[in-house]
Write a protein that binds this ligand. Sequence first.
Ligand SMILES: [Zn+2]
Length: 224
Amino acid sequence: MNDLARRKLFRALQDYVNTGDSFDSFRRFRTKWPMFFHEADYEEVEQQIRAGVEEEACFFPKYKSYLRAIWEQSDRQAASRRQSDPSRNADRLLIMLGVRDDLIFNYTQDMMVEDMMVATPHLHYVNTWFARYIPDWRSGEFIYKAVVPFQEALFALFKSSWRARICPLEDDCNSPCSTPYFIAEKPRQKYCSTECSNIAKSKVRNKWWSKHGKSWRKKRNLKK
Ligand SMILES: [Zn+2]
């Protein structure tokens, strides 16, 4: 994968993990990244959200919260604030990367047995993206083959997991970050964007001024 392709995949993945919960947010994401998931998958999600299915049965909101949990575990500062469970995150990765089925019981109400409402379990695949592993005789390794760009993006992130970070302005009371989950381009990058980094810098400056400003001005006046 070349650098440009990887960056584009990361941008899409970053938009996905920051997507809001509303139907409109989903629609905006779909319009912006029509190829990130299969067309048929987007269609299904649209119907599912309209029908109001639970999160467990619909990959779009479900995997978004899986990703957030993984991000929280990956970001050391965030992980210390929250409880995270690495083994659960390993399961989540197996499902999202298409190594394991995401097969759930989806209980729906059926009108059966003389108009009695009976809850019937339906087995339901949340997605059908079964990734492949191609054995490479020369290298002696299995090569992961994603079947949807989302998996390709996630696999690329998996191989450089230090990139998954949370913007420190996430819970800021004055200027909360609207895209706190980000994929860092460089190891030193601390904030999601230059905007957030500038806000943080001016905060430090203001703090310094409110603490030392008075004595600084005094000293300067004495020098005159
Ligand atoms: Zn930010």
